[in-house]
Ligand binder design. Structure first.
Ligand SMILES: *Cc1c(COP(=O)(O)O)cnc(C)c1O
Length: 359
């Protein structure tokens, strides 16, 4: 039995971790060792990740949000500073910027890739801009060449793109720092968890100082943002399996591409470095209708993003994000899907398209 969390209902879930006996064994070893908190296994997980990304240092954290928060703090970003983030992304980025008291500045995204639009970023830079947080959304790397030319320090957000590549170079190797998330439904998981990588020794030292509060000679506000050895042991297993996870995601995506090309919906950009955290299609009609129609056929599709940031903040002027939120649909693509299930998904989406496009 590979997968512990058995899904008894017949409905195909939108996302699901691939985790099982190997991870259970690794976690059991940590429990038996009697050393559960941040320790030697976290160190090994950090070393493995930095080696994979090709960056000198790494610091593991309790979540992706904590990784972003600590990175901003370690870059000495705070009140009066501006940080540019995309409007079409989850609210974790907004939280991180607000945690340090800096001012979030939103930029719109590219209609094909859904990644932050370098031209729109350029229009929003000021003398106070201190950093740009660049997510590689849905597993597709952003245009790092154009973004790097803007001359602003970049924090890559690889929460959805561990193992992805931009022109053959690992996502996470371009920015001043890069953050990862290992939340349950991400490409690889530790339940909850996060990590920062950087070539800057000073940056990683500051993050390691800030992530724990005990045994210190001086006092300043520090956090409890550590990863545990229990999580890291699971993470090391997941990291070993990551190449297979990615191959499976890409294979499902190729199969969907072949079938969905026939039904006239906008396919996700096919880039060799893409890892398909999400398989997101562009529709001509509201995603809401599709979601309701496919669930009746036993498939859970979803908006790939709960709510874009400009909507939370009540801001106008983000037409591409607005349209992406209305009309994009995320179709199940995770490695635990069986061939039978992917056929079922194809049938459900194709049938829905015939009904809705004709409408
Ligand atoms: C999930 C996610 C985060 C936050 O990670 P958590 O581990 O949930 O805190 C940040 N950015 C992006 C793009 C994400 O997808």
């Amino acid at each position: 039995m590979d997968t512990i969390n058995k899904n008894n209902s017949k409905t195909i879930p939108h996302s699901r971790p691939t985790i099982g006996a190997e991870e259970a064994k690794a976690a059991a070893e940590v429990i038996e060792s009697g050393r559960l908190a941040q320790g030697e296994v976290v160190g090994r997980f950090e070393a493995a990740l930095s080696r994979m990304i090709g960056v000198k240092h790494a610091a593991a954290t309790g979540s992706g949000t904590a990784a972003l928060h600590l990175t901003l703090l370690a870059m000495d970003i705070g009140p009066g500073d501006e940080v540019v983030i995309p409007s079409y992304v989850c609210s974790a980025l907004l939280n991180a910027v607000n945690h340090v008291g800096a001012t979030p500045v939103l930029a719109d995204v590219d209609p094909r890739t859904f990644n932050i639009d370098p031209d729109d970023v350029k229009n929003r830079l000021t003398g106070r801009t201190r950093a740009l947080i660049v997510p590689h959304l849905f597993g597709l790397p952003s245009d790092m060449d154009a973004l790097s030319r803007l001359g602003v320090p970049i924090i890559e957000d690889c929460a959805q793109s561990v193992g992805a590549a931009h022109r053959g170079e690992p996502a996470g190797s371009f920015g001043h720092a890069a953050v990862f998330s290992f939340y349950a439904t991400k490409v690889m998981t530790t339940g909850e968890g996060g990590l920062v990588v950087s070539d800057s020794t000073g940056l990683i030292d500051r993050i390691k100082d800030l992530r724990e509060y005990d045994n210190r000679d001086n006092y300043k506000i520090r956090y409890n943002y550590k990863m545990t050895d229990l999580q890291a042991a699971i993470g090391l297993c997941q990291l070993k399996r990551l190449p297979d996870f990615i191959k499976k995601r890409q294979a499902v995506a190729r199969k969907y591409d072949r079938e969905f090309e026939k039904i006239g919906i906008g396919l996700p950009v096919n880039d060799p470095g893409r890892i398909y955290f999400r398989y997101v299609v562009n529709l001509e009609t509201p995603a809401e209708k599709w979601i309701k129609a496919v669930i009746n056929q036993g498939v859970t599709c979803a908006r790939p993003l709960y709510k874009p940031i400009h909507r939370y903040l009540g801001l106008q002027g983000y037409p591409v994000s607005e349209r992406a939120w209305e009309n994009s649909l995320s179709i199940p693509v995770y490695p635990a899907l069986t061939d039978e299930q992917t056929d079922h998904v194809i049938h459900a989406v194709t049938t829905t398209a015939k009904g809705l496009i004709r409408e």
